[in-house]
Design a protein around this ligand. Structure first.
Ligand code: FAD
Length: 317
């Protein structure tokens, strides 16, 4: 079922999860062991992130350099099929522009369609860790709106090769990312919203947000979207913050603010268990407030500390 249909048909608030493919070599069991624990909460869908390979330059014996992949997280397509097969829960693969040609993207979409996956979250991706700025694949997309266009075209049976034989129309429900605190590259919120609208105009049907630790950012974002004619459902992305290290890592990676009350409490905590407790209570309070405002869905970034998310869900539902 499509994400938008889950939202339309929900009689009460629903939840969804996001997981990360395991690094190369690990088995699907590492995913299942994480997800098994969440099935009692009946997640409506599970997002599976997509990652370009991490690369380094290795010196050859002749003094020249070669680029080698040092870490891969393969298998988003396969993991989605495995999740749907094991749990009967819809999977939402993420597709990114970075590192992929349009042809490779088309092949991934054909595989997903073949497997009965009819949701996809279309993203640009970030620059690899050894590069400062995002550079598109020479035959790929520069921004997520172009990827949205490619998927929307495929939904109309338009493939990269005009003369393709037996090119069926796919039926993907396309989601995109939104940033309540602005995407870090956008010069201002207006510009970011302008390009977000472009993604919707090209065929995206809903938005999933970057994590936020103060709900006011989400409510302001909802309002700004409305004012800019962005009327699709907006799914709030939520993550527990439970370590002192995350106080600097999260703002530096995701460019979001950690409120002073939360950072002060975490800094004061003496043990890991105390940090977990503070993070869980904060997330619980955020969720309760969102539900009070009639938010129909809560989307959890479960990577890292799934037991905290589980604990919060136990208290919520
Ligand atoms: P875009 O929508 O392309 O926007 C990127 C920037 O360019 C923005 O500042 C925007 O304002 C601007 N812009 C957009 N279109 C144009 C245009 N046509 N011309 C000029 N400027 C433009 N990353 C991964 O690698 N894998 C994942 O699985 C993944 N999952 C994510 C899930 C969610 C819910 C979120 C919020 C992020 C996720 N990311 C993931 C991170 C994401 O790839 C990065 O935040 C990336 O920097 C931007 O992606 P985007 O799709 O929002 O890009």
């Amino acid at each position: 079922m499509k994400v938008t249909d889950h939202l339309k048909q929900a009689q009460k608030p629903i939840i969804s999860l996001e997981i990360l493919p395991p690094t190369k070599g690990k088995s699907i069991d590492s995913i299942f062991s994480q997800l098994d624990a969440f099935m009692e909460f009946k997640p409506s869908f599970i997002n599976v992130t997509y990652h370009r390979a991490e690369q380094v330059f290795k010196k050859r014996t002749d003094g020249t350099f070669e680029r080698v992949d040092i870490r891969k997280r393969p298998g988003t397509v396969g993991i989605c099929a495995a999740i749907m097969n094991r749990y009967g829960v819809d999977a939402v693969p993420h597709l990114i522009c970075g590192g992929f040609s349009k042809e490779e993207t088309e092949n991934a979409l054909i595989d997903l369609h073949f497997l009965g996956v009819n949701n996809v979250l279309a993203l640009r991706g970030d620059a690899p860790s050894n590069e400062k700025f995002f550079t598109p694949h020479p035959h790929g997309h520069h921004y997520a709106d172009d990827l949205v266009q490619q998927i929307a075209d495929l939904n109309k049976g338009k493939y990269q090769e005009d003369d393709i034989l037996d090119g069926v129309e796919t039926n993907f429900c396309i989601g995109v990312a939104g940033y309540p605190e602005k995407h870090f590259e956008a010069p201002n919120m207006d510009s970011d919203l302008y390009f977000l609208k472009k993604k919707i105009d090209k065929g995206a049907e809903y938005i999933t947000t970057q994590m936020f630790f103060e709900n006011k950012h989400f409510y302001n974002f909802q309002e700004q979207c409305k004012q800019n004619g962005i009327l699709v459902p907006i799914i709030p992305g939520l993550k527990p913050l439970t370590t002192k290290k995350q106080l600097t890592i999260i703002p530096s990676i995701f460019k979001v603010e950690v409120p002073i009350e939360l950072s002060t409490e975490i800094m004061k905590a003496k043990t890991e268990a105390a940090c977990d407790q503070i993070g869980a209570e904060w997330l619980l309070a955020q969720c309760k407030d969102l539900l009070k405002q009639n938010t129909p869905i809560l989307h959890f970034y479960t990577l890292g500390k799934p037991h905290i998310v589980k604990k919060v869900l136990e208290q919520l539902f």
